[in-house]
Design a protein. Sequence first.
Length: 194
Amino acid sequence: MGSYNVIEEIGSAIIELLRTGLVPVFLKDREEIDLCSPDEHGDLVVGVSLYDIQENEDVNEMGMQNKGLSKQVHPSMFLDLHYMITVYSKSDIKYRAREEQRLLGRIMQILNDNRIIPDKFLANTGAPLKYAVRTRMEKMTFEEKSKLFNGSGKSCKSSLFYCVFPVELESTGVRKISRVTDMGSSMEEAQEKG
């Protein structure tokens, strides 16, 4: 984990986490939960939308990292990924609000119980993660949330807003180095100079 596709991998991890917690008790089909944009959710019941990416302010690696004896790589960048999770119930209008609220409650329960995303949901390449990937519910005003819907032309729906952090985006910048392989010194040279 950490290559250029890490953002998609994190989105997939959230989807798998929600599918595990919602299907088959709350939803019938795993395909009813997926990544989407708020205005193009198709026939999804639970849509997860990435609406913002920011650099994480808490994790900041400095300096080059050694990779073997002859290479150094630039430090990784760490990201905060901001998601909006919206329920689009297919129930009869009479029961729609109840079903949506029930699903929102269950989603909050799942994410609260998994504040650190378990490794089994992360597409790990075998290398251990430097930092645990966490989830946190966002503290946003109603106006801030409404602005996310206004651009889509859709009416505002009750949604959950979560941040997933720190997400490592590894650098591909490499610098070749050479190690000191021979160092000579003799007492005669030191005495001549002294």
